[in-house]
Design a protein around this ligand. Structure first.
Ligand SMILES: C[S@@+](CC[C@H](N)C(=O)[O-])C[C@H]1O[C@@H](n2cnc3c(N)ncnc32)[C@H](O)[C@@H]1O
Length: 206
């Protein structure tokens, strides 16, 4: 049961799960704003399976709502001043449509991935941003499910920010440069790291 798994970790989630949370979330937040159609201050965003909602602190000007099934995570996020809701990503719907929906390190909690994407597409106006481990899911399968949900465009960014290691700045810069290398980046993704993905509607005929 995930609630039992994550509840006890809530108080220290961002500190314990990330060796350098500020650098990691800073990069993630920047890409959420810029990858695919951009987000602007005042845009609303729902972050599904958000943990303690720490991502909110790295999305300046964005009207953030974090959603999680763990009451402890929701409580910790609220204590830290973040807008949080208790909910399951499989059936959660925000009261109003949002510009963007995000889901990080949690796509595997979708019971039926295609149905989950359709639900997200129903309330997401600009883009759906998530991370994807290509060793766990075939990109072609995920792309097909996104297309069926109405997201006919997918921007992919290799994301070589280590979660469990705090690296010196020159090494981080070298990893960032490797993200842009096409075939080398894809070879690295066969072994480690993930993609950050932005799915959106490109306006083409479906
Ligand atoms: C690996 S953590 C990721 C947290 C955060 N997104 C991050 O990147 O640090 C997974 C989170 O998903 C939550 N969770 C698990 N199943 C869920 C579901 N069905 N709906 C919403 N949240 C869920 C857990 O409580 C936990 O906070």
């Amino acid at each position: 049961m995930t609630t039992e798994k994550y509840g006890p970790k809530a108080e220290r989630w961002s500190r314990d799960a990330y060796a350098d949370a500020a650098t990691y979330f800073g990069r993630r937040g920047g890409l959420i704003l810029s990858l695919g159609p951009s987000l602007q201050p005042g845009d609303a965003l729902v972050d599904l399976a958000c943990g303690d909602g720490a991502l909110a602190d790295y999305l300046p000007g964005i009207r953030y709502t974090g959603v999680d099934t763990s009451p402890e995570m929701v409580e910790v996020g609220r204590k830290r001043g973040r807008n949080m809701a208790l909910g399951d990503l499989n059936d959660y719907e925000p009261p109003e449509p949002v510009a963007a929906t995000t889901c990080f390190r949690a796509i595997y909690y979708a019971g039926d991935r295609a149905a989950f994407f359709r639900r997200v597409a129903g309330y997401t106006e600009r883009k759906f941003v998530f991370d994807l481990n290509p060793r766990q899911y075939r990109l072609t399968d995920v792309r097909a499910d996104l297309r069926d949900a109405g997201f006919d465009e997918l921007a992919l960014q290799p994301f070589f920010s280590p979660q469990h290691h705090s690296l010196p700045r020159p090494v981080l810069s070298a990893l960032r440069a490797l993200e842009q290398t096409g075939p080398i980046a894809r070879a690295m993704l066969a072994l480690r790291f993930s993609y950050l993905c932005a799915a959106f509607r490109g306006g083409k005929k479906m």
